[in-house]
Each structure stands twice: as structure tokens, then as C-alpha cells.
Ligand binder design. Structure first.
Ligand SMILES: *[C@@H]1O[C@H](CO)[C@@H](O)[C@H](O)[C@H]1NC(C)=O
Ligand SMILES: *[C@@H]1O[C@H](CO)[C@@H](O)[C@H](O)[C@H]1NC(C)=O
Ligand SMILES: *[C@@H]1O[C@H](CO)[C@@H](O)[C@H](O)[C@H]1NC(C)=O
Ligand SMILES: [Cu+2]
Length: 172
């Protein structure tokens, strides 16, 4: 039984890694704090950026009070000096959902007067999709014996649950 469980554990990890590679993630900027002037936590957005992995086709979600803030993109130079006179794009209605459609750096500010210099700004670095630690080439499947496909179709849900339960309550 143990070998079968390990086989299906590997299958499960394989499926999970494929899912991880192909599914774009949604990142809520600032989490529950949303998109605000971070008076009580000046490093809110730099910490958020540092603790999140952004990949191509992921989406940023900015939640804010419409009319009290907005989201604008701008050049790095203007981002650094909080100069909001030349914006690339602005989003004035919450929630603003922005798809990260390329790799590289993105710069966001709130363009309301002085909000950027008070810390309502976010810069992120977007990496290529699919660079998870478990890529298909790094996580090869063990070659299944001939009975595997039928067994797979009939018993995967049960075995996945069994493996999950074992993982929770035992260590191999
Ligand atoms: C802001 O940027 C504009 C356009 O690039 C420039 O003309 C202006 O001098 C800048 N303002 C400041 C305060 O640097
Ligand atoms: C990404 O989207 C912006 C508009 O939101 C567009 O100007 C830009 O050309 C797009 N970039 C790519 C690589 O598609
Ligand atoms: C991102 O989405 C576009 C359009 O749906 C797709 O063509 C592209 O392959 C995707 N890129 C990645 C890295 O998933
Ligand atoms: Cu604002």
C-alpha cells in the first residue's frame, strides 16, 4: 500500500504543479488594508511587494473608496519623485483590476495630491510565468505499471484523500 500511496502522492504533486503553472493568480494589493495612505504602516506596499511573487498574466486588485483615491501607472523616474503630471494610465473606479501583461517592473501610485509622497505607491517586479520549483522536467512521473490508467480513473479521489490524511497525521 505504501508504494501505491507514494505513487499517487507524486501524481498529486504533478497535477498541483501543472495547475500552479497555468493558473494566473490574483493579488489583492495591501491585503485587508487595501489601497490607502498607509499612515500607520509606511512600509505596507513595499512589504507586500517583497512578500509576493508576481508572474506574467497575474492580476493586481486595488480596492479603494472610489473618488477618494485612484490608481495610476507612470514612469520609474516620475514614480520615484511622485511626479503625477505625466501618467501612462489611470483607473478611477474600485476595484481596479490590472493584468500584469509583461515581465519587468510596474509602477503604481495614487495620483491624488500628496498621496504618493505619503506612501501610497507600489512598485513590483514581474517574472516569467511557470518558474515554480516543481516544473514538469524537474518532477518526472514514475513510469506507471500497465494497470495504472484504470486504477487512476476509479481511485484517484479516494487515494488523494487517503494520501492527504496520511500527510496530515503521519510522517513518512
Ligand atoms: C514633473 O514632470 C513634468 C513632466 O516630465 C516636468 O515638466 C516637471 O518639471 C516635473 N515636476 C517636478 C516638480 O519635477
Ligand atoms: C499591456 O497593457 C497595456 C495597457 O494596459 C498596453 O499599453 C501594453 O501595450 C500591453 N503590453 C503588452 C506587452 O501587451
Ligand atoms: C498570458 O495570456 C496570454 C493571453 O491569454 C497568453 O497568450 C500568454 O501565453 C499568457 N502568458 C503566460 C506566461 O501564461
Ligand atoms: Cu490616494
Amino acid at each position: 500500500m505504501a508504494n501505491v500511496e507514494i505513487l499517487f502522492l507524486l501524481l498529486t504533486l504533478k497535477l498541483m504543479s501543472l495547475q500552479y503553472i497555468t493558473e494566473a493568480a490574483e493579488h489583492v494589493v495591501g491585503g485587508d488594508s487595501a489601497w490607502i495612505i498607509p499612515i500607520n504602516n509606511p512600509s505596507l506596499y513595499s512589504s507586500f511587494a517583497a512578500s509576493t511573487t508576481f508572474r506574467v498574466n497575474d492580476t493586481l486588485v486595488f480596492n479603494f473608496r472610489t473618488g477618494a483615491h485612484n490608481v495610476a501607472t507612470l514612469s520609474q523616474k516620475h514614480y520615484e519623485s511622485c511626479n503625477v503630471t505625466e501618467l501612462t494610465e489611470s483607473f478611477n473606479t474600485s476595484p481596479a483590476k490590472i493584468t500584469l501583461n509583461r515581465t519587468g517592473d510596474f509602477y503604481f501610485v495614487c495620483a491624488f495630491p500628496s498621496h504618493c509622497s505619503l506612501g501610497q505607491k507600489l512598485s513590483i517586479h514581474v517574472t516569467a510565468g511557470g518558474s515554480s520549483s516543481l516544473t514538469p522536467s524537474e518532477a518526472p512521473l514514475p513510469s506507471p505499471h500497465s494497470g495504472a490508467p484504470t486504477l487512476l480513473a476509479v481511485t484517484v479521489p479516494v487515494l488523494v484523500m487517503a494520501v492527504a490524511t496520511n500527510l496530515l497525521f503521519h510522517s513518512y
